[in-house]
Write a protein that binds this ligand. Sequence first.
Ligand SMILES: Cc1cc2nc3c(=O)[nH]c(=O)nc-3n(C[C@H](O)[C@H](O)[C@H](O)COP(=O)(O)OP(=O)(O)OC[C@H]3O[C@@H](n4cnc5c(N)ncnc54)[C@H](O)[C@@H]3O)c2cc1C
Length: 484
Amino acid sequence: MSSALRRMSTSPFSSCAFQQRASSRWPSRRPPSTATSRRSLVVAAAAASNFANENREYVIVGGGNAAGYAARTFVEHGMADGRLCIVSKEAVAPYERPALTKGYLFPLDKKPARLPGFHTCVGAGGERHTSEWYKEHGIEVLYEDPVAAIDTQNQILTTSSGNHLKYGSLIISTGCAAVRFPENIGGNLPGVHYIRDVADADSLVSSLEKAKKVVVIGGGYIGMEVAAAAAGWNLDTTIIFPDDHIMPRLFTPSLARRYEELYQKNGIKFIKGVLVDKLEGGTDGRVATVLLRNGSIIEADTVIVGIGAKPVVSPFEAVGLNKKVGGIQVDSLFRTSIPGIFAIGDVAAFPLKIYDRMARVEHVDHARKSAQHCVRTLLTAHTQPYDYLPFFYSRVFEYEGSSRKIWWQFYGDNVGDTIEVGDFDLKVATFWLNSESRVKGIFLESGSPEEFALLPKLAKCQPVVDRAKLQGASSVEEALEIIC
Ligand SMILES: Cc1cc2nc3c(=O)[nH]c(=O)nc-3n(C[C@H](O)[C@H](O)[C@H](O)COP(=O)(O)OP(=O)(O)OC[C@H]3O[C@@H](n4cnc5c(N)ncnc54)[C@H](O)[C@@H]3O)c2cc1C
């Protein structure tokens, strides 16, 4: 590693993330003054050593889930030390983003059922990849310095602080950004929250600590999880969305109805089938009311907007975008149209081989697997196409004292018609069957580890089933036996 690189990889982060959790929601946060001095150091190093021409063999842009798993794969191949640089917009080392709407939001006195996995885990020891881990493995991480421009001809990245980095190979993992309400309808009022990163989650926790009336806009993953977390704070919580039921892109109406009943038992109210027109501030400037298209006015001191996310393609448009599914177009080895440039995770539009179509998948399982596949391609020149089976999961009401903890998984494709089996109070499964009665997708809630382990196998081999028999199954166990 060159001396300039060594100086920059010095990270002031703490490595004992968990021990410090009780006193801070983000234990390894760096004091702002250190960030400033580190940036000055980077600029000084650039001036002193013709920084732009100093070659980084491998550069990852983005400091999220995919970046974390890509770094881990570089380490596993012994190719990280002094060769790998991560350029991140965030102030902290890559972490497990799904925790942000789950355990991370629970009140600390309710002891989260699962410790938030802020940092990626590796190996049998499951050691945490704190900033210290990156340092120990000789990985240079530039924090809070997003890439602002790329010169693909000369292979140079320019960061927002004005650094120039020359790369050998580049992996883009910029993920997604939350869709925001425009400013003119109150989208930026104090008390209005969007959750994409840990800074957003910290800001929401500060609001929840004082909140009385919470409105969650959006009935998808984010809305469902945040509303369930707000219930853990015993707050007056209302979910508002334009669809007929929650999770319209995955849940069947009957499954959604049972979930809505459970949410209502936890004190959460629903306003369905209506759009939000405007958020208005009160005398203190904070959000105070939510105006609906049907003329209703809902009071709120805290609003969480979960209305979707869009891939962060800027400033990489020239690398080649996919117009249909959005994001950066890659092939089955995560190669973009420009040699030496790859894209992974949420931002990558890739061939979903099993269903023979292009897709972008905004889920952590794909972020991890695409990262591992891409780095193996880069380092070992393997040519096996990525063969991904879509997998989604969620967990809600996991805090201590909750009447019912929910954990569900979905594998496959939710196309065709559905057969629902089981008792919602115990265990429930939904099967998506195509016109040939092949199982295309499976949803299971509250299954055993063995049952959950069956799902990917079934969704992959897509067995043909006897519909009448499946329909007549009296339990999930019986249904799985019929299919297997
Ligand atoms: C609140 C929340 C809850 C979720 N829950 C679940 C769940 O329960 N299950 C599930 O499967 N998935 C869940 N997801 C989705 C999952 O977290 C993502 O699919 C995963 O994080 C994608 O990884 P990624 O690295 O592609 O993107 P991200 O993890 O989003 O990382 C992208 C990174 O790039 C950085 N960046 C952006 N632009 C630049 C730039 N110009 N320069 C440098 N850095 C940049 C961002 O700041 C960020 O650090 C959740 C997502 C969120 C936001």
